[in-house]
Design a protein around this ligand. Structure first.
Ligand code: GLU
Length: 485
């Protein structure tokens, strides 16, 4: 029998309420990986029906973040697509039709209760240690009473009527079945008094209309899950599969939050994290390949990702692990690739050629590109401070130190400008000169390093000389010789 292959369609459905953190982008990443693995479609849908919570610029920052990470929506507000528009605020008319359908089918009802009454109800319930829940007062209204109230222009909301069966079952791909008591579920609002749908209605309707097959979202949406199942049921729709991703926990315990380590993705970019490192790190926040392999490119993640590899248990946000990934990707990236992001941490006004040399010699010492600003100041300074206490090799006299520096200067003088461009030439020339004159590396190279960097720890003097260029290298050696006397 020919099996009909259904196209996998996943979506990332953020609400534009400010800068997105790693948690949101992890949802996007998993949705993307799952879709791409199966030649499916990944959709970006903006859930902006709560206008009061919308923050200007959020959509741009979502797009910037996705682009930076290398997650490309196939359909979305900017990409367009068959099932648009992809911003819910542009779909308001569609939802009205579905609200009417629910009202007609008695799966929803008008509620005219004033906010004051609802507040009192809540307070009474809270005083009696009961969970807040609408008491269904308006469910008892007769059709004539409703008609009259509508005619009189009374303000109303539309509430979902929970199913009359005593229990409701949800199925999550990671957690399996959960049985819910319908009496515990609130007849929550679907259409607000301003005519806007709530998140619940718009989310369920759009998952259906956009033919979403798999919903990946955070565990914090689990309490809403039975309501969504009931809504799909009321419409008689086939449900997408649901995968509620584990919470991200801070290392000190508790949910990762703004106060506890959650950093907006844009900030991570400006802290010198590489997108490849963030992707790799994020992938492991709730998933693992069940092998020892830790380094994964996006393509490898697409190949290996599976729902089976996801965990239910909370994922610990381990900053050290993130830095470990970042260091790995920085060390392995060509300078050219790091250039744009690295420039943010280097003084302006120099050539890309110089920046690339600096990145080349320093990158193996970095865990984040931001560290460049501190460790490279010696390269840009016009007047390097030399501490004569650290300049000599061991107990060498100032005289011997000056001689050693002179030795380096003479050897280096023989390298032409063009040959200087190759770092190996500098190393070979100096080392050969040391050998042929029966000297030792330490007494020569130690003061040279200090003369060029002002420090006892740095990239090798050959690397530094290469980055500084011939003229600056010679100038620094001369200055150090002067400091000896
Ligand atoms: N708009 C919801 C959010 O901001 C989406 C939840 C879901 O994926 O269903 O997280």
């Amino acid at each position: 029998m020919n099996e009909i292959k259904i196209q996998i369609r996943t979506r990332f459905a953020p609400s534009p309420t400010g800068k997105q953190h790693i948690g949101g982008f992890r949802t996007a990443l998993y949705s993307y990986l799952y879709a791409k693995k199966q030649n499916g479609v990944f959709i970006l849908r903006i859930e902006d029906t709560d206008q009061a919570r919308s923050v200007k610029g959020s959509v741009e920052s979502i797009y910037d973040g996705l682009k930076w990470l290398g997650i490309h929506p196939d359909e979305g507000p900017r990409e367009g697509g068959e099932y648009g528009p992809y911003s819910q605020s542009e779909r308001l008319d569609m939802y009205k039709k579905f609200v009417q359908e629910l009202l007609d089918g008695k799966h929803a009802y008008y509620c005219f209760c004033a906010p004051e009454r609802l507040t009192e109800l809540k307070q009474a319930q809270s005083a009696a240690a009961k969970p807040p829940k609408y008491d269904q007062k308006c469910l008892k209204l007769t059709p004539d009473e409703i008609k009259e109230k509508l005619k009189a222009g009374e303000k109303y909301v539309v509430r979902q009527k929970m199913p009359s069966e005593p229990t409701l079952t949800t199925f999550d791909e990671l957690r399996g079945k959960t049985l819910w008591q319908t009496k515990d579920l609130d007849d929550h609002v679907l259409l607000k008094s301003d005519g806007f749908p709530t998140y619940h209605l718009a989310n369920v309707v759009d998952d259906h209309l956009m033919k979403i097959t798999h919903v990946f979202r955070g565990e914090e949406w689990l309490p809403s899950f039975p309501k969504h199942v009931a809504l799909h049921g009321a419409f008689g729709w086939k449900m997408p599969k649901f995968i509620h991703l584990p919470l991200i926990l801070s290392k000190e315990g508790g949910k990762l939050s703004k106060r506890k380590g959650a950093v907006p993705l844009v900030d991570m970019q400006h802290q010198g994290f590489l997108p490849e490192a963030v992707v790799n790190f994020m992938a492991f926040l709730g998933w693992n390949p069940k092998t020892e392999q830790e380094i994964f490119s996006m393509d490898q993640l697409i190949e290996k990702f599976s729902i089976k590899g996801l965990n239910k248990a909370g994922a610990i946000y381990d900053t050290e692990k993130l830095l470990w990934y970042n260091a790995h990707y920085i060390h392995h990236a060509p300078a050219e690739k790091l250039l744009q992001q690295a420039k943010e941490f280097l003084p302006g006004g120099f050539s890309d050629d110089l920046y690339k040399k600096i990145i080349t010699i320093e990158k193996s010492r970095l865990t984040a590109l931001s560290e460049l600003s501190e460790i490279t100041d010696y390269l840009f300074t016009k007047k390097l401070k030399i501490d004569t206490k650290i300049l000599p090799w061991k107990e060498n006299t100032p005289d011997a130190t000056a001689q050693a520096l002179k030795f380096s200067a003479d050897a280096l003088a023989k390298i032409g400008e063009k040959d200087w461009e190759k770092q190996e030439n500098i190393e070979k020339t100096l080392k050969t000169a040391i050998q042929t004159s029966n000297q030792k590396n330490g007494p020569i190279l130690w003061p040279l390093r200090v003369a060029l960097t002002g420090k006892t720890q740095s990239p090798s003097p050959f690397e530094v000389a290469w980055a500084l260029g011939k003229e600056e290298t010679q100038n620094r050696i001369v200055a150090a010789i002067k400091a000896c006397s």
